[in-house]
Design a protein around this ligand. Structure first.
Ligand code: BTN
Length: 250
């Protein structure tokens, strides 16, 4: 399914390069990879750090056949692909809603899922009705001393968890293979929401959700068709979230 890979030593953001290619009429299946990004973007207007040589920064151009209303599910396709790629090299992995790629800090006994760290993320940008750009970032060979001290408990990398350098190409191959197969399934009409929910690490657990409107705590019970998080509040009511930040409590 991948048609062409554009590989750069350094770009601002691979998502911007893929968007420009999309605007120029490039077909779906075009991939943009960069060794480093100077203006990498995360969700909610945050910046995304891609130090040279240590991470995967990938953007994929898709022109889905499915209705535009289904395009937000592209995040699920990419999240599942990232989890599959990381598990494929022998590292446990899951997703923190909506789409943070989480891994344990070490292999073996970890006291709680709350100690899992973010090793990657997904940024989908849609330009309907023509195309969407799916950005995937994975921290592959970043060591603790390279991570800013205030982020060391929060950010993880595959090399840190597995205790050895990881060939980026092995992760990338797994990622492209998993994405291509999940995307083709999804584009042909498959429902991925159950598989995506099964990859979420917080279902059935106490969580705290932060939204611009405020914070609330409850038990993460499940997700709805569109990927919204269903949280049972202490007073028994159910609340649905379509955006926000979740943290695991214990
Ligand atoms: C997040 O968790 O906030 C999403 C992070 C997405 C980062 C990737 S790296 C490749 C692509 N280019 C970007 O500028 N962002 C995405």
């Amino acid at each position: 399914w991948i048609r062409e890979i554009y590989l750069y030593p350094e770009v601002g953001s691979t998502n911007d390069v893929a968007r420009d290619l999309g605007d120029m009429g490039a077909p779906e299946g075009v991939a943009v990879l960069a060794d480093a990004q100077t203006r990498g973007r995360g969700r909610a207007g945050r910046s995304w750090w891609t130090p040279p040589g240590h991470a995967i920064a990938l953007s994929l151009l898709v022109r889905p056949r499915r209705p535009v209303a289904d395009w937000p599910q592209l995040g699920m396709v990419a999240g599942l692909a990232a989890v599959e790629a990381v598990r494929g090299i022998g590292c446990p992995a899951g997703l923190k809603w909506p789409n943070d790629l989480m891994i344990p800090p070490v292999i073996g006994e970890v006291p709680s899922l709350a100690a899992w760290r973010k090793a990657g993320g997904i940024l989908v940008e849609s330009f309907p009705p023509a195309f969407a750009v799916i950005g995937i970032g994975i921290n592959v060979n970043i060591w603790p001393e390279e991570i800013p001290p205030d982020l060391r408990e929060i950010l993880g990398s595959l090399s840190q968890t597995l205790g050895l350098p990881i060939p980026r190409l092995a992760v990338l191959k797994g990622l492209l293979r998993a994405f291509a197969s999940l995307y083709l399934e999804w584009n042909a009409g498959a429902r991925l929401v159950e598989r995506w929910a099964a990859a979420l690490i917080m279902l059935g657990r106490p969580v705290r959700v932060l939204t611009p409107e405020g914070a609330c705590e409850g038990i993460a019970e499940g997700v709805d068709e569109g990927g919204g998080l269903r949280v049972r509040l202490p007073d028994g009511r159910e609340q649905r979230f379509h955006a926000g930040e979740v943290s695991l409590r214990g």
